[in-house]
Ligand binder design. Sequence first.
Ligand code: HEM
Ligand code: HEM
Ligand SMILES: [Fe+2]
Length: 445
Amino acid sequence: MKYKSQKVAYWFFALSMLLVSLQIIYGFIMGFAHMGFDNLHELIPFNTARAVHTNLLVVWLLSGFMGAAYYIIPEEAEEELVSVKLAYVQLISLAIVGVIAVVGYHFNYWEGRKFLEIPRPLDWLVVVNVLTFLGIILATLFKGKKRTTTAMVLTMGLVFAALLYLPGMIWFDNQTMDSFFRWWVVHLWVEGVWELIMGGILSFLLIKITGVDREVIEKWLYVIVGLTFISGILGTGHHYYYIGAGKTWLLVGGIFSALEPLAFLGMALFAVAMYRKGEKKHPNKIALNWTLGTAIVSFVGAGLLGLAHTLPQVNMYTHGTLVTAMHGHLAFWGAYAMINLAIISYTLPNLTGRKLYDSNRGALAFWLSNIGMLGMTVAFGVAGVAQVYMERIMGVEFGEVQKEIQVHFFILICCATMFTTGIILYIAEFVKYGTPSDEALVAAA
Ligand code: HEM
Ligand code: HEM
Ligand SMILES: [Fe+2]
């Protein structure tokens, strides 16, 4: 069954497409600055570009998750969204808060806390926005006929993500305390509750695309949720090693965070196993690529590259270097960017009635962006290891080291160009699909 209110999802996805484009522009500004071409410095200093780049990332991913929920929940609960109008108001207010925050960063209206730069007054607007979103989702779910495991895991992830935003809003005068609670947001989002959101969307996609029984797929989902919580919660300790939080964290953080890749491995095995078990008849091969891709690339980017620097003996050297950026890129890309691109690719033909999934452009978008991102990851990694060696082992001064590693950013820019070509093709495809219509949804039912 399809529901007319699912159309709302399209506009959240469109906002995502707009914001990812802006995010990439700021990525290039930083890439060139690292190469020594920091010509925009007076207008957009590096720290501003960095905050804009990472915040836009978070907002476009959240906008995508919201769109995904507005599409998935009606279908799973067998109920139209309780208020489409309110959902549009929520979309517009999300866009407005995003614009104010990003413009503000250019005028020093921000808090210098990585990822949580949004000033506290704006945080309250975010809270109202997210409460509206959750209100619509929860009311629809409870009014509906069914409450499937897939829908419950997705909703649970969204509710917990909202709750975990709050510790980042507490005011501390103490740097260690502030850092301690900042990680409740940053770590427990990406290595905890966002994994539930990802698991929920992945499960929905696998049910639709592979045709395997819901019972089988949802059993796996329980295992993944279990693994995520067992490892991820105490895994937060891998950010507490040397911030003044106590020595116990060296052991607790080391052991539990080293177990975190298991949840991502679980997801990769799960997706591949369901694909092999399934009928392989679904025509939307592009959506299948992104779905299997996200399960596999997230294991590499988050699981393996996370593991690479999670032990205290390693993190002592790599903390806050380009090794972190190496992992940050492939992890965010593999897990949360790709799952968004997967759900968008799956829903577009249903929302618009146009079936463009046989085009070469879609496949090219997938491969160019993935190979490009893999190349960027390697470039960051090589630069990062060189940085650690010179700066942390040989004791060379920070600025000197940055000059030595400029050459790696030439490679980064080349790979980023390939990546961007892929994203441009993806967005071109998105535009070509056109806008959603009631007729399309009725026909897809
Ligand atoms: C999809 C999941 C993940 C995403 C999106 C992600 C992303 C990130 C990002 C952006 C940072 C930098 C944060 C900051 O400095 O504010 C970071 C740090 C870190 N991540 Fe992950 N990560 C993920 C999963 C993992 C996993 C599973 C592990 C361990 C096995 C891990 C280990 C680490 C470590 C040790 C750091 C600290 C680096 C440092 O000290 O500078 N991450 N991650
Ligand atoms: C053209 C594409 C891109 C370029 C050139 C680029 C470049 C950069 C640069 C130079 C940095 C700063 C590293 C530093 O602190 O010195 C950065 C940070 C970051 N970028 Fe990108 N980026 C691009 C796309 C992306 C995408 C698509 C994602 C996510 C899927 C992403 C996620 C991040 C994250 C999470 C950080 C912060 C990393 C950390 O905490 O260490 N970037 N990017
Ligand atoms: Fe973490």
